[in-house]
Design a protein around this ligand. Structure first.
Ligand code: PM9
Length: 459
């Protein structure tokens, strides 16, 4: 009898292990109270399976660790900067590299260089730090993603696509006030959803007509490229590396958090083609980040990023990385748990509205669900709903996003299939008991990026 399936497996084996600590329900309740029901405020020693984020949590390869020993910690002109510059040119195609300590450093610099007060920046859904830096530079962000992105149940294959009509309206209504389109690959807050190459090409053409730049958030571009290879007609025989290059070629520059796709624990960069923009950015860099040949990274970190970039665009790597996310998503979907569909690149997003219909959005259902999951098993997830959306910069009122989600984010090359099983079973147990989960009251609200440090108590 033929086997019903042939399984894939990770294209690596494990050389070093890090023990995990199991806790009791009583210990978890005490830790959660201490953390003000905010999973960002838990100590990592109290967490069993840490799905808070895929940012900086990757397992580096033996080549990356070996590369760390090649760190050239010269203040100026480090050899590792030139290695990184070579790989940014080779794998993304941009001419000028401006290294930063992490992604938001790059967002800060590009926002300061390109935005004037009163400008408008359209983009395919907001990201917390990206939008904040745009706003702090004086711009207003306008969401121009397709409507399907706001619907957790829509199975559109490219929910990261930009609605060209919405985009053109922004151009027409704000002549001369749109410095660039902020295009993300993949779209984090929509559930790790990809943008298609056809759409990116159309955005480029439209932006050209209105003389507007396109700046890519390339943080998870290899994952986006994988979805293009799998779903977009004409790209099935192209490698992830080729697709990544083509995507970048349609844009004027990118910001990158090297803590995600590039498999590093810290780092980031801005990369652009225009020499004048690069010079302005490099000048601001020395004020806010560090000299233009390190920008906030140690030499060894730049080496790890340079090697990680090369590893990140290998088809075998991405197949296993997204395959693991898909494995968890398929389980939850088969069990009838409401999740964002299709399953995205870096995690599973629980639909907290459908999960906890008895908790109104003003009682922070996604925050409450993340807390309940931690209490059940020690699995740490992240709220991506009303708390993350924060307050409107002009009115000061709470934003009410359509998506009220809990993200189970899968670190790269870190956990096994058994960890995915334990996670799925914990989500199932919480779902069975969902009616007992109360909403929350916010007891402390920081002014900026409140989700990181806000505190709550059960209602
Ligand atoms: N993303 C994440 O967990 C880190 C903390 S949450 C703010 O998803 C995109 C698409 C990101 C991102 C960080 C950044 C900022 C930019 N764009 O964290 O500053 O997902 O390196 O990157 C987080 P840095």
């Amino acid at each position: 009898m033929p086997l019903p399936r042939r399984s894939w497996a990770e294209p690596f084996k494990i050389k070093v292990v890090e023990p995990l600590r199991l806790t009791t329900p009583e210990q978890r309740l005490a830790a959660l109270r201490e953390a003000g029901y905010n999973t960002f405020l838990l100590r990592s020693r109290d967490v069993y399976i840490d799905l808070l984020t895929d940012s900086g949590t990757s397992a580096m390869s033996d080549r990356q660790w070996a590369g760390m020993m090649l760190g050239d910690e010269a203040y100026a002109g480090s050899e590792n900067f030139y290695r990184l510059e070579t790989n940014v040119r080779r794998f993304y195609g941009y001419q000028h590299l401006i290294p930063t300590h992490q992604g938001r450093g790059a967002e800060h610099i590009i926002s300061r260089v390109l935005i004037k007060p009163g400008d408008v920046v359209p983009g395919n859904m907001y990201f917390t730090t990206t939008r904040l830096h745009q706003e702090m530079a004086g711009a207003r962000f306008v969401d121009v993603i397709i409507d399907e992105a706001h619907d957790p149940a829509s199975e559109h294959p490219f929910k990261g696509d930009i609605d060209l009509n919405k985009l053109e309206r922004v151009f027409v209504e704000n002549p001369g006030r749109v410095p660039y389109v902020s295009a993300a690959a993949t779209v984090n807050m929509a559930g790790g959803q990809p943008i298609s190459l056809a759409n990116l090409k159309a955005v480029r053409e439209l932006a050209n007509r209105y003389n507007v730049k396109v700046i890519l958030d390339a943080t998870r571009i290899a994952e986006n490229a994988w979805f293009i290879q799998q779903r977009e007609p004409g790209y099935e025989h192209r490698t992830v590396a080729q697709i990544v290059l083509e995507m970048c070629s349609l844009t004027d520059g990118c910001t990158m958090s090297a803590k995600k796709d590039p498999l590093a624990n810290i780092g980031g960069f801005l990369a652009v083609n225009d020499a004048e923009i690069a010079a302005q950015a490099a000048n601001l860099l020395v004020v806010y980040e560090g000299l233009h040949t390190y920008g906030g990274m140690a030499g060894r970190d730049m080496e790890a990023v340079a090697i990680g970039i090369e590893e990140s665009v290998q088809d075998d790597h991405i197949r296993a990385r997204i395959g693991q996310v898909q494995y968890l998503g398929d389980k939850l979907r088969d069990w009838g748990i409401p999740i964002v569909l299709p399953v995205g690149g870096h995690g599973i997003f629980l639909d907290a509205r459908a999960f906890l219909p008895h908790v109104p959005q003003d009682h922070y259902p996604a925050q409450a669900l993340a807390a309940a999951l931690y209490l059940d098993s020690g699995v740490r997830a992240m709220e991506r709903g009303i708390v993350s959306a924060g307050r409107d910069a002009e009115t000061g009122l709470e934003r009410h996003p359509k998506l009220e989600l809990v993200r189970l984010t899968i670190p790269r090359r870190v956990y096994t299939q058994a960890h995915m099983d334990v996670t799925a079973e914990s989500v199932y147990a919480v779902y069975e008991d969902r009616e007992k989960i109360p909403g929350l009251r916010m007891t402390f609200e920081p002014k900026l990026l409140r989700f990181f440090q806000a505190r709550f108590e059960p209602r």
